[in-house]
Design a protein around this ligand. Structure first.
Ligand code: CA
Length: 422
């Protein structure tokens, strides 16, 4: 930790001081367009967004290349350069005692008047399955006697997802159509998804890259991670149940994935690092290529994750409260495993953690688990019932990192409203 985490540090941007998500200790990166302006890179500070390329000349030499690269409509080049020097420079520039405050102010835009975009061109997207309680709960519905397959505690299981349909928070989600077959039906029918669900996940942004054929050792894997976001892996459960054997999800997942638009950096999250929780007695140790002492000692995140449902009739109502500490594999283990066979990752690639569920129902990360596959409806405080999502429903994810003696930070929202099928 360094001066950028100092709980005494305040900003001359008054709304940042005490801001739930974006105090000066956070400084996440994103792409925004001000009203009438073109997209460009910015950082969130309180209720404002700073146009970083516009103030690049005010920064020390070490921070200028990454700042100047933020003039682009995507942050891929900035992520490739690394953002730690930029964070240190922006923290000083935005501090309450900054000598350049009057030169910075013209380049602050009210966030409420800006549009947020995807922060990077996503070349590839991979979705893992690292939330062990989710894997157990979902598996139990198909295999009550052996919910986890034999590979689960050895392999960070994943599938290659679809990058083209990833959208920033706030983009409406059209209910997909596809083949559905209820267990009692003998043949499928085609139509709108009947069992639309969300999945609460952490998104992991790749910064560095590796050449094809060069595995990233576990000790070097943290250096490949540019930051984190919230990710909603919208899931059509009825389409999934019919199509997923033998090759895994396809149309059930590829119609839309929503992400929060701000990249929260590893440096901002440094105070909230924790030991990877010890594996239960009897579980195998990770194989050597997935095992690193420093990663085990501080590679997990203490990050509270919340799911809210707003219906046309009321809310938002909390559906669950989980924590990123419930992941069975660390982000570094996901990167090491992804590349161990020689697969190349590139700046702007995105990994999903897999659905994150707490061990108890008040922290389950999908309706599939909360309602036991739709058999047991959840009763909302206004009396409404849900087995799966209805048209007009809005799902909102939030994240918050807190620790005694530190200024809490958040991620901003990941939000999506369900539109009827066409
Ligand atoms: Ca998923």
């Amino acid at each position: 930790m360094d001066t950028t985490h100092d709980p005494q540090r305040r900003s001359f941007v008054a709304s940042a001081n005490g801001h739930a998500d974006f105090p000066i200790q956070n400084l996440p990166l994103g792409v925004f367009s001000p009203a009438g302006g073109r997209p460009r890179g910015g950082i969130a500070i309180g209720d404002s967004i700073l146009d970083v390329a516009a103030i690049a000349t005010l920064l020390p030499e070490a921070a200028r290349p990454a700042a100047a690269a933020m003039a682009a409509e995507s942050l891929n080049a900035t992520l490739a350069l690394g953002t730690a020097p930029l964070r240190a420079a922006l923290s000083a520039l935005l501090a309450a005692d900054s000598a350049r405050a009057e030169e910075v102010r013209p380049h602050l835009h009210a966030a409420a008047g800006c549009t947020l975009h995807l922060p990077a061109r996503i070349g590839d997207y991979t979705d893992f399955f690292a939330g062990i309680h989710h894997a157990f709960n979902a598996g139990k519905q198909f295999r009550p006697d052996s919910p986890l397959l034999p590979n689960y505690k050895y392999v960070p299981v994943a599938y290659h997802g679809r990058a083209s349909s990833i959208r920033p928070s706030g983009t409406a989600v059209r209910r997909p159509k596809g083949q559905r077959k209820r267990p009692e039906e003998t043949a499928p029918s085609f139509g709108a998804c009947r069992n639309l669900d969300y999945e609460l996940e952490l998104g992991i942004w790749i910064g560095g890259g590796n050449a094809q054929g060069d595995a990233v050792p576990i000790a070097a894997a943290p250096g490949m991670i540019a930051g984190y976001c919230l990710l909603n892996d919208w899931s059509a459960r009825d389409i999934q149940a019919w199509e997923a054997q033998p090759l895994g999800p396809f149309l059930a997942k590829n119609f839309c994935t929503s992400i929060s638009p701000w990249i929260v950096t590893p440096e901002a999250l440094a105070p909230f690092r924790i030991q990877q929780p010890p594996r239960p007695a009897g579980d195998p140790a990770p194989l050597d290529y997935l095992l690193d002492a420093a990663d085990q000692a501080g590679g997990a995140l203490d990050l509270q994750l919340e799911v809210l449902l707003q219906t046309p009739g009321g809310g938002p109502f909390r559906l669950s409260l989980a924590n990123a500490r419930h992941l069975y594999w660390t982000p570094a283990q996901l990167v090491a495993h992804h590349t161990v066979g020689g697969c190349n990752l590139s700046p702007g690639d995105l990994l999903g953690s897999g659905t994150i569920s707490a061990p108890t129902p008040d922290g389950f990360g999908a309706l599939l688990e909360i309602t036991e596959g739709g058999r047991k409806p959840v009763i909302l405080p206004n009396g409404e019932e849900r087995r799966f999502l209805k048209d007009g429903d809005t799902i909102i994810f939030r994240a918050r990192a807190t620790r005694e003696g530190c200024v809490p930070i958040g991620f901003g929202e990941c939000r999506g409203t369900i539109l009827p099928a066409t």
